[in-house]
Design a protein around this ligand. Structure first.
Ligand code: NAP
Ligand code: MG
Length: 476
């Protein structure tokens, strides 16, 4: 299979103006994978101009029905190429192949959802005081920049691109430098499905080189970003200059709360993958486990036993649950946290070491006796590390759950309905699941409280973020 290795601009692959390239390494083998063209400032200008031209001259006047048809056609092509795309993701970022297949399927489903949603995204007619006819319209914004990370490159790309296109915008998709390949295929397949050239462009390139130019470009009307809180804050500052629309989906330090009245055995068996899936590189990772003291000991025992059973290894094998970390740098960052935990006297119930052999692997680590002031309890690690602490009192526990600048996701395990409703109301997070670990539903809003972000992806809510509300009054 030929890997895409050029920018996708104006409906075709092309090299960057500078000729610069970014080398990619397969993190499971540490061997070179490809060298991909890296966009520079001249490429940003060319891509934004082309996107704006395509939007103004053609795309913004497409009927909702025509947009629906092309969105379904894109979804069909993604499904036809599902296996190729999954194999690419597996090699590029070490994503276990089973997860990679699920994520490409999820991306296709996002296109299907918005293909159908756009004809149900209604305005209002308003009986204004003076009579006549008053109605609201959802107007597209123009060109949207979607800047996405490397942990779930394909689905996160789709959940920005699909609602933006459905609402009638053009999109510049900037993948993370580590994971440009499936984004480039998405651009090409969307065009093949009938999307006019220029409506979706894909610009791999270093965020440090082209990020500011994208965010400040006068023809970019909105920046939709997923990534670190640090870069999110930077984007918000830059966007304030011309009051650019932004949505930010940032980090997390999500709780997993287990009450003694719950089916805590099921919670213990399923919880390892709520933090270790994607090798812990997940903004929704339940990295702080709060267990009611009455069941703390047996919970930890089961939780550790289930963690030890996780299949860590070659992401190309269908039975693998945890692949390598995405890069040597990411593993080094995680190891700094582990060193800090050791120095502060945390107990390692299991994991935390590198297995022998090639690849940026790390055994999933369960930390006990972690202090509430320790970095591993307070900061997002973005790797296979979890801290488990007992609690006695519900009110004090909720206060600690909320004592973080983050508020993205979380789980709550109880069989007491009133407690479930009360705690779900009190936890400060954008998404929460009761007796489950799911965070993402294509049909429902996804995003964070506090420093976990601003705005919502997915569901009908995302369409609001890619449109302006216009009120039209017609005199009678
Ligand atoms: P990051 O720097 O925030 O990267 C996310 C995206 O932003 C990438 O496409 C990146 O491009 C781009 N970017 C970088 N600098 C930019 C700038 N000045 N302007 C505009 N865009 C810019 O995240 P990271 O460095 O990959 O990861 C660092 C930490 O962020 C992780 O350890 C984790 O804590 C957090 N993170 C969170 C999520 C999430 O889903 N919420 C995802 C990834 C990471 P380049 O790749 O070219 O730098
Ligand atoms: Mg970065």
């Amino acid at each position: 299979m030929k890997l895409p290795d050029q920018l996708f601009v104006d409906g075709s692959y092309r090299d960057s103006a500078s000729g610069r390239r970014t080398p990619l390494v397969n993190p499971a083998t540490e061997t070179p994978l490809a060298e991909v063209a890296a966009a520079d400032l001249a490429d940003v200008d060319a891509a934004v101009d082309s996107a704006h031209r395509a939007w103004e001259s053609n795309w913004r006047d497409w009927t909702p029905g025509k947009r629906t048809e092309v969105m379904y056609a894109i979804a069909r092509l993604l499904r036809e190429h599902l296996e190729d795309l999954a194999q690419i993701e597996c090699q590029n970022i070490g994503k276990p192949i089973g997860d990679a297949r699920d994520e490409i399927g999820l991306g296709a489903r996002v296109f299907e959802f918005y293909a159908g949603a756009i004809t149900k995204f209604c305005g209002q007619t308003i009986p204004v005081w003076r009579g006549g006819f008053d109605y609201t319209l959802h107007a597209p914004l123009g060109v949207v920049a979607a800047i996405v990370p490397w942990n779930f490159p394909f689905p996160i790309g789709c959940w920005k691109v699909a609602p933006a296109l459905a609402a009638g915008n053009a999109v510049i998709l900037k993948p993370a430098s580590l994971s440009p390949l499936t984004a480039l295929k998405l651009g090409q397949l969307a065009c093949e499905a009938g999307l006019p050239p220029g409506v979706l462009q894909v610009l791999p390139g270093a965020g440090s080189a082209i990020g500011d130019a994208l965010v400040t470009h006068p023809l970019i009307r909105k920046v939709s970003f997923t990534g670190s809180t640090e870069i999110g804050r930077h984007i918000m500052e830059l966007a304030s200059r011309d009051l650019k629309r932004i949505s930010l989906e940032l980090g997390g330090k999500s709780p997993n709360i287990v009450f003694a009245d719950a089916d805590w055995e099921r919670a213990a068996e399923t919880s390892p993958m709520s933090v270790f899936a994607n090798t812990g590189q997940d903004c929704c990772a339940r990295s702080r486990v709060f267990v009611e003291r009455k069941v703390y000991e047996p919970f930890v025992e089961k939780f550790v036993a289930a963690t030890r059973k996780l299949a860590v290894g070659d992401p190309a094998k269908p039975e693998t649950q945890l692949g390598p970390l995405v890069s040597a740098g990411q593993r080094a960052t995680v190891e700094e946290y582990l060193t800090d935990a050791r120095q502060r006297g945390s107990r390692f119930a299991c994991g935390g070491n590198r297995p022998v052999g090639k690849g940026y692997y790390l055994e999933p680590a369960v930390l006990l006796e972690v202090g509430q002031a320790d970095r591993c309890w307070r900061e997002e690690i973005f790797g296979p590390v979890v801290a488990v602490r007992p609690f006695d009192d519900e009110t004090a526990m909720i206060r600690e759950v909320n004592a973080t600048p983050y508020g993205l996701s979380g789980s709550l395990w109880t069989n007491d309905l009133r407690r479930a409703l009360r705690v779900a109301r009190q936890v400060e997070s954008g998404v929460l699941s009761v007796n489950s670990h799911s965070s993402v539903h294509v049909e429902a809003p996804f995003g964070g409280f506090k420093q976990s972000g601003i705005g919502r992806d997915l569901g009908m809510n995302a369409l609001e973020g890619y449109t302006e509300l216009k009120n039209v009054y017609v005199a009678e």
